[in-house]
Design a protein around this ligand. Sequence first.
Ligand code: FEO
Ligand code: CA
Ligand code: CA
Ligand code: CA
Length: 735
Amino acid sequence: MTQLIDFNEENSNTSKNPTFDSILQARLSRRGLLRGSVGTVGTALLGGFGVAACGGGDDAVAAAPAAAALMGFGAVAKSLADVVSVPAGYTANVIYALGDPLTANTSAFKNDGTDADFENRAGDHHDGMEWFGLDASGKPSASAVDRGLLAMNHEATTDETRSSFFLHANGGTSTLPRPAAEVDKETAIHGISVVEVKSTSGKWATVAGSAFNFRLTCLSDVEMSGPARGNALLVTKYSTNATRTRGTLNNCGTGKTPWGSFLTGEENWAGYFFRSATDDTARANNKSVASLKRYGRSQGAASRHGWETGGVADKYARWNNSQSGTSADGSDDYRNELNGMGYIVEIDAYTKTRTAKKRSALGRFAHESASFSAPVAGKPLAVYMGDDSRGEYIYKFVSAANWDAADASPANVIATGDKYLDSGKLYVAKFNNDGSGQWVELSISNAVIAAYAGYAFADQADVCVNARLAADAVGATKMDRPEWCGVNPANGEIYFTLTNNSNRRAEPASGQNAPDAANPRAYTDLKGTTVQAGNPNGHILRVKEATAGSAATSFTWDIYAFGAQSDADASKVNLSNLTSDQDFSSPDGLVFSPATGVMWIQTDDGAYTDVTNCMMLAAVPGQVGDGAKKTLSYTRADGTTLAVDTFVGKAPGTQLKRFLVGPKACEITGLTETPDGKAIFVNIQHPGETTAMADVADPTKYTSQWPSNAGYGAGKRPRSATIVITKNDGGKIGT
Ligand code: FEO
Ligand code: CA
Ligand code: CA
Ligand code: CA
């Protein structure tokens, strides 16, 4: 979701954790830039609708011969056009948009706000996505390249002021109570979808009547798993024995397990729930109040869409998180309902009848993606994860079970998930200013956690459910909004996007953070005439585990690249010497291609959008330590200096290049590929979301008409959609 109306901008971390250490230790490694040049290449637009201006080719750096095979395309220029632009020689086609039918009996999508039956249609706000191959006979296949399933997140719906206007004929009801019919549509377009896709004579399309297709919405029955299953914290009217909950919500990043299941992360779920203005008193100010506050729900908090006002039925009542019942344990209301959200959820993409499980051992927070270390037989698996809010943390889960290669293609992936994802150790990251770091275990046996003054943990389930509070207790490092992460298949290093942070200041006020080694920038950037302060453009940090690999408790780190506009001050802002072929802001989605090793970076930006729509870049990154230490100096109002050491990776040069620019007011997010690397699927989320509510009846005033202006579907209302990108010569994507 962009910064337009930003529900990502939760800032509930009021802990006093340090953000800066005072130890200085140089780490050497000078980078050397080789100057060279590359020609400019034209840009192809979606579906061949004309040719855009050439990409700029300035300041290119000579490529190493081995890597040149991968980054041979011409950079796509920054653009404010309402199209998807890809490099010359590539083609992008829309295949799956909001409302597309998932059964043979579902009517075609009219796209005028009158459509219904969304449980049988594509959901809204397409986000993270994974590929599950199918052979010709419809059996799961790791090698199939022309038939498969896309398992996909549908994060949210457009307009966060209780109207969801493009979904409803007249723009919807923006006052309370919300009509049940509108609420029912809105809950149905959240969750995930699985849709079969097929390439016939080189042309990709969804299979609308496929028996594999299904939706799981924010009202579907889901099972709780791991330490929190059966715990008092999960008792609700819906599940008095604390083993089940309803639905998955605000699903952002994804993951795919080594045993072939789909993982989805629940991100900004807290904002969907209502709490009455006197709920702290109703709860007798017990410890649940501290938990609710830490997860962004103070009493009196309005809900994002007012779903709790849809009626008296339980499916509406569950959105009211207030204590209203008389039971001691919460079995007669939804006071504990928030404890059922905020997990990594495991789903069998091939088997729609198998119940999904929420893996509580991986912690509860604003989850983004879940990326596995390369599985090694006889060693535990590591899962890397970020918590996206300002000043939140980076986490790692390490399985208790060692990897058994015989588990690579089990008959029941959820049962295999029980083995690897229900028991293990949850860690949080501490970044030191000498380029080292620690994974600190979040365990009830840690005296610092057990005796934490901010919250009285009862047991390990409580530590998992309130992972943010446990991480506060051990002094984890507050980051600039950790979004997705990915593991480099070439060397196992882990990349984390830190999208931006409007709260970094050299002289922080209350609720703000001083720059530190891992989040070293606090500066101002102009968007038109608007001053944006903090770290408006974000950065990408990477971690190298110590020799113990997945189970390591220490690591080294540096910053792969800092987002910046190319003409920004190279000594303070554009620290990675980004050129106009590669300058970007607010990195969010990050996915490594197993087929090519390319690292795809996607943006969800509101800072550089005066110059360009959101984009996707391809990179062939180096490694931790290939750059140099840098010291940033900040002059305080009293004339004193704050010196912040950081570690800047080697400038990306030609090994980072803009590959795609999206239509207006969209976010680029989610990427998966066929195993041969010759087709990639990418999601375009919420094009046109800046359209004014009053303009819903006038398509000429929509800020975007994509994808209808690319020839896809009925109506002119903009729609979130999946595109497939292929190379015209049949080659791998990114070559
Ligand atoms: Fe769903 Fe934090 O991006
Ligand atoms: Ca996102
Ligand atoms: Ca700017
Ligand atoms: Ca984002």
